[in-house]
Design a protein around this ligand. Structure first.
Ligand code: COS
Length: 393
């Protein structure tokens, strides 16, 4: 067992930290207030290889491992969680599934522009009526000669209004309800129409769009993986994506800890620094332990993934713990700052708002517990659920 980062991992962590401190952190408050997607930032991240960290060099990436990518997400999210999610969805939800499931022709065609950051990627699974029950999605892909015609609506699509490439899920077999009849497609921006931008509690520097497909026709070369096996693509993609969200949560919590611990050293009450009081010391100690625990769970899951070993359950554990920890500890950071923490004068209220989503997207905490519980109790749990609540067709 070796808990040291490699020199390559350290180098990319330092690079990400430097760019985050110079180019992101100073603007994060304004982007949040103005609800502004920082278009000008992404060419800079692309130039540094940060939009394809764990993509092999032959496909235009930086050739790093998955842990390096997780370290980058942590650093970006520490400065601005909206930037963190933009890069996370672009990389692990859009680029990596094409690499993992694409034919050589698809990899060579779709991955390099994404990995080089010439365009952003998006992942379109969720629909108005299909969230946690992803297998119930209704967007249809009807056979048309050798290709398909897609119709339907997708909701809460991160990067939707900025993306050039969409990994999108649709039902190719209308006679099969549930996960079996779903296929995965690689679409261009021209195939979809953005209908609405979401207003959110946080992550205001990221975009979250609704979109529709209105008779979009695609040829066979747009089908990713086998017809009817799209749900497996979605689940395997989320298995890796959840590790990225765990890293995002760790980054947000670390940022809150940095502010709270600095404040505890400076703020005086009752003639002493508030850090001299045990009540504050306990909070900071708990924060430090929980951040460390979440980080270790996250790095372990990332390591398992890059070793090609099963990581679904470990990723679920990391995301579950890191996201709940981030929500808890960003609230504690506000408490350390008291009234100042509740104002926009300090960034901790933004961290608190941003942390909440990590308990929801890429699978809610309830779904992470379901994934973990199934690993303990087996498929029986699923059959019980199906018997208790039959899915309508
Ligand atoms: N990797 C690969 N394949 C998987 C998988 C995984 N982690 N999990 C399930 N599958 C496969 C199963 O093997 C099964 O295939 P077969 O029918 O060939 O055996 C198929 O997918 C269906 O699996 P299952 O019956 O377990 O699906 P359920 O409908 O019960 O759904 C959950 C399982 C709830 C775990 C899934 O729907 C889920 O993760 N929901 C949350 C969705 C989510 O995270 N949304 C956020 C979107 S991005 S913001």
């Amino acid at each position: 067992m070796d808990l040291e980062l490699t020199p390559e991992q350290r180098a990319i962590q330092t690079l990400a930290r430097e760019v985050a401190e110079a180019e992101i952190a100073p603007h994060a408050g304004a982007w949040d207030r103005e609800h502004r997607f920082p278009d000008e930032l992404y060419p800079k991240l692309a130039e540094l290889g940060l939009l394809g960290v764990c993509v092999p060099e032959e496909y235009g990436g930086a050739g790093g491992d998955f842990l390096s990518y997780v370290l980058v997400l942590e650093e970006l999210s520490r400065a601005d969680a909206g930037v963190g999610v933009t890069v996370a969805v672009h990389t692990s939800a859009a680029t990596l599934p094409i690499l993992a499931f694409g034919t050589e022709e698809q990899r060579a065609r779709f991955v390099p522009p994404l990995a080089r950051g010439e365009q952003l990627g998006a992942f379109a699974l969720t629909e108005p009526g299909s969230g946690s029950d992803a297998g119930s999605l209704r967007t249809s892909a009807a056979r048309d000669g050798d290709g398909w015609v897609l119709n339907g609506a997708k909701q809460w699509i991160t990067n939707g209004s900025r993306a050039g490439t969409f990994v999108l899920f649709a039902r190719t077999d209308p006679t099969t309800a549930g996960a079996r009849g779903i296929s995965c497609f690689v679409l261009d921006a021209e195939h979809v129409r953005i209908t609405r931008e979401e207003e959110k509690l946080g992550l205001n520097s990221s975009t979250t769009s609704d979109l529709v497909l209105e008779g979009a026709r695609v040829e066979r070369d747009r089908l990713l993986h086998e017809e009817g096996r799209g749900f497996t693509v979605a689940m395997a993609t989320l298995d890796g994506g959840r590790i990225g969200i765990a890293a995002q949560a760790v980054g947000i919590a670390q940022a809150a800890f940095d502010v709270a611990s600095r404040y505890a050293r400076e703020r005086e009450q009752f003639g002493r620094r508030i850090g001299d009081f045990q009540a504050i010391q306990t909070k900071l100690a708990n924060m430090a332990v929980e951040i460390d625990a979440a980080r270790l769970l996250t790095y372990r899951a990332a390591w398992l993934k890059q070793e090609g070993r099963p990581h679904a359950v470990e990723g679920a554990k990391a995301k579950l713990f890191a996201s709940e920890m981030a929500r808890r500890q960003t609230a504690e950071a506000i408490q350390v700052l008291g009234g100042y923490g509740y104002t926009k004068e300090f960034p901790v209220e933004r961290y608190y708002r941003d942390a909440k989503i990590t308990e929801i997207y890429e699978g809610t905490s309830e779904i992470q517990r379901l994934v973990i519980a199934r690993s303990i109790l087996g498929r029986g749990l699923r059959e019980d659920r199906v018997t208790a609540a039959p899915r309508s067709s």
